[in-house]
Design a protein around this ligand. Sequence first.
Ligand code: ADP
Length: 162
Amino acid sequence: MAERIGVYPGTFDPLTLGHLDIIRRGARLVDRLVIGVTTNPSKEPMFSLEERLAMVRRETADAANVSVVEFNSLLMDFAEREGASLILRGLRAVADFEYEYQMAGMNQQLNDRIETVFLMADVSLQPIASRLVKEIARYGGAIDKFVPSAVVADVAAKLAGE
Ligand code: ADP
């Protein structure tokens, strides 16, 4: 049978424990999971694309069937290019729902051979959002409950250099 490939797209600015949980659980559903790190200039990321790629690669290095690539095209084109049959997204409570529902609907119209699959955020990781992690860190708050320890250091170094 053909290999089942999934793509997990995101900005990962920075990578959080919530993202890692979706990656770990998602990787069990497919033969290969390709994490797509978007350039997303509209979000004015704290970390450059290269820094985010390195961060996600470092934190997923022990996952044998996970790879990390950049993408700056239409998500459906990226998924098609990777030979994926599914797109993986994480869902936090109701906040993500409307946007994700709409995006999945439009993506289905673009290419109905690729399914969007949602994993419910782990209850304990549900409130974690990259945007809030950055905000908390900028005000000097502790972010070690929300991101891997090496990312705590990445954020501290970035803020020290700003
Ligand atoms: P995007 O710019 O595509 O929203 P993000 O890096 O913010 O990129 O998120 C990537 C994916 O991870 C999205 O599907 C998002 O809903 C999911 N996600 C983000 N934080 C969490 C979390 N704490 N738990 C589960 N899923 C999450």
